[in-house]
Design a binder for this molecule. Structure first.
Ligand SMILES: C[S@@+](CC[C@H](N)C(=O)[O-])C[C@H]1O[C@@H](n2cnc3c(N)ncnc32)[C@H](O)[C@@H]1O
Length: 363
């Protein structure tokens, strides 16, 4: 049969698919802009030529020119054309909104550049493919050091910057307890960004962070030492191994119950370890248990990508894993799960975090 040129429907489908390839390539350019300080060099500087960006970032002008044009093509930088056919006098500008998303890691809840890791290691991709055959996924630790570091920078802004002014004030009586001196346990604490913030805001409180990832706990300990905190400790441990003599006034599980192979066992452990008037704050993905409703989220496919690459991997990393994955522990399911641990009060807060809800749980 003679080969024919593709029809309109195939071309339209092809365009849709190549758009995702464009996303992959632009993701690499964002990673390079973050890693090489290119965005930082442009922050608040107005229109700049490629030579000026190269000079300010200590990079080579030819590569920078290509990167700037790619960023302009992606709509992330504004380009003002210079001479036709010669880019040396064109200028490129990163505006304020761009700086909030791509530069301001220490001040902007919208900072996102840290999520762009420059791709996934080939051996991790192999392990992900293998999980489809075996039914057993890989843990966060097995996803490698760059996963823990990237995750910390991805969730860091909300975890750290929103804690004092947005998250804790939403909870009944928790700030007073923390000021007076409370016992706080952060399960699945990752690199400890949020718990270190909490420990430095409330020096009278004693904070314990648990995570099974040695890499993440190593980063958390380093962070705490760097900040000179003496009211915080970190342990390599599963949430389900939390001891029952802790008497925690505040338990935190941020973005991690759906990653656990057996969150039901973690619920039992929290129930055993929490003081009778304690609070459990659960941050979970905004998800509704119905694909069609979830479809209102324009980033839904991204969520499934995160799930296959990370969350579902971890949630299936044991043969008896419940396998919730990124979207599986929707609010109704979560309420049922914690209810089985004897928790009767379940209040959901939408605090303006685009991807997550915050659930305040008590006995
Ligand atoms: C998406 S990360 C969230 C980390 C941190 N809470 C944050 O908000 O950045 C999920 C974390 O859950 C941890 N985790 C996975 N299974 C766990 C378990 N059974 N008990 C405690 N933590 C677990 C992983 O090691 C990982 O650090």
């Amino acid at each position: 049969m003679a080969i024919q040129l593709p029809g309109d429907d195939v071309q339209a489908f092809s365009f849709k698919v190549w758009n995702y390839k464009m996303g992959e390539q632009v993701s690499l350019l964002i990673h390079l802009g973050d890693r090489l300080g290119l965005y930082r060099a442009m922050r608040g500087r107005g229109p700049m030529t490629a030579a000026e960006v190269a000079e300010a970032s200590g990079t080579h002008v030819r590569f920078v020119t290509e990167w700037l044009l790619g960023q302009a093509a992606a709509g992330l930088l504004a380009r003002t054309a210079g001479s036709v056919g010669d880019e040396s006098d064109s200028t490129f500008e990163l505006d304020e909104a761009g700086a909030a998303v791509l530069v301001d890691e220490d001040a902007s809840l919208s900072f996102a550049a840290g999520a762009f890791r420059g791709g996934i290691a080939p051996e991790t991709v192999d392990a992900i493919a293998e999980s489809f055959r075996t039914g057993v996924g890989i843990t966060y630790e097995q996803q490698g050091p760059s996963a823990a570091a990237g995750l910390a920078r991805m969730t860091g802004p909300w975890s750290r910057l929103a804690l004092a002014d947005i998250v804790l004030p939403a909870l009944d009586g928790v700030v007073d307890k923390l000021e007076a001196g409370a016992t706080v346990v952060d399960i699945g604490c990752g690199a400890g960004i949020m718990l270190c913030e909490l420990a430095s805001l409330f020096p009278a409180s004693r904070c314990v962070g648990l995570d099974p990832s040695e890499t993440a706990i190593g980063m958390a300990r380093e962070r705490a030492a760097g900040l000179g905190l003496d009211n915080i400790e970190f342990e390599v441990a599963f949430g389900e191994d939390l001891r029952s003599d802790v008497g925690a006034d505040l338990v935190l599980t941020f973005d991690c119950l759906h990653d656990m192979a057996r969150p039901d066992r973690a619920v039992e452990a929290v129930a055993g370890a929490m003081a009778p008037d304690g609070t459990w704050l659960i941050k979970e993905i905004k998800s509704f248990g119905d694909f069609e409703v979830n479809r209102r989220n324009p980033m839904l496919a991204l969520m499934y990508g995160f799930s296959i690459a990370s969350c579902l991997q971890s949630a299936m990393s044991e043969p008896d894993g419940l396998g919730y994955g990124t979207l599986g522990l929707h609010t109704a399911e979560l309420e049922r799960l914690v209810g089985r641990g004897g928790f009767t009060s379940f209040v959901t807060h939408d605090l303006g975090d685009a991807s997550n809800l915050y659930h305040e749980v008590r006995f």
